[in-house]
Design a protein around this ligand. Structure first.
Ligand SMILES: [Zn+2]
Length: 257
């Protein structure tokens, strides 16, 4: 389980070229599985609504299953949005007709609202990944946990133009009973993972692909990152692994709520 805190969260990404600007073209072949999340419409609202209240409570247990059924995987993309890598990840997802769940860091969302809106416009879902990606949340006070979760929810919802995060993923998986309950009461299902692609360690795209291929039979929720450093290996790995998953007969969905 990657507790990848403290590795240059706010470090500058020095890559020269910004990738292709993502366009919210709804040309995806994806239709079948979107919005099958039992209860609660995922319908992105264009009107700006207040963040915190309103959301119907969801289960406080940590979700791993896919709402799209037993033969589907959930692609989850953490730690962004990032002006260099998020557009490239969006492009790969679009090229493959795949919808994913983006677990966003609040400060990143606040800094790049255009990217948050692009993610939503492309039909992906949002997930609260706290304000500052503290992987020791489980050692902190409830007041601190609450601030990290609720403030990020506000930041993400504001950046998206009113679309709320539907999940909460604790950085490093550092959930607590309190944080799970709080998130659930805000309509955000705690979200775990089954397959850590280890892309954060930059082992080479082939190794990232191999990890996913080896471990995907063990569970449907797969973890990748679109920020926190050079994510070119992630982009390259996704270009290979998404078609491979399709060839293996997997569908793509969102985590259960
Ligand atoms: Zn993370």
């Amino acid at each position: 389980m990657a507790r990848h805190g403290g590795r240059g969260w706010y470090g500058r990404v020095v890559a020269a070229a910004v990738g292709v600007t993502a366009v919210a073209a709804a040309t995806s072949v994806w239709t079948a599985q979107a919005g099958q999340s039992g209860g609660g419409s995922a319908a992105p609202s264009t009107s700006a609504r207040p963040a915190a209240p309103e959301a119907a409570p969801v289960s406080e247990t940590i979700a791993h299953a896919s709402a799209a059924g037993a033969h589907a995987v959930n692609i989850t993309i953490d730690d962004g949005p990032d002006p260099v890598w998020t557009p490239q990840v969006l492009q790969v997802l679009r090229d493959n007709g795949v919808k994913a769940t983006f677990c966003m860091v609040g400060t990143q969302a606040e800094a790049h609202p255009d990217l948050v809106k692009q993610v939503v416009a492309a039909g992906h879902r949002l997930c609260d990944h706290t304000v500052s990606h503290d992987t020791t949340m489980d050692k902190k006070s409830q007041a601190y946990q609450s601030q990290q979760i609720v403030d990020a929810e506000r930041q993400i919802t504001k950046a998206s133009g009113g679309v709320r995060p539907m999940y909460y993923r604790a950085p490093g998986g550092a959930f607590t009973p309190y944080s799970r309950k709080l998130a659930a009461s805000h309509g955000m299902r705690p979200l775990g993972w089954n397959v850590d692609s280890k892309d954060f360690e930059r082992p080479g795209s082939a190794a990232i692909v191999a990890t996913v291929e080896r471990e995907v039979a063990g569970g449907p929720t797969i973890l990748f990152h679109d920020a926190g450093g050079d994510r070119s290996q992630t982009v390259e790995a996704l270009r290979t692994v998404l078609p491979w998953l399709k060839q293996q007969g997997y569908g793509f969905g969102f985590p259960v709520r």
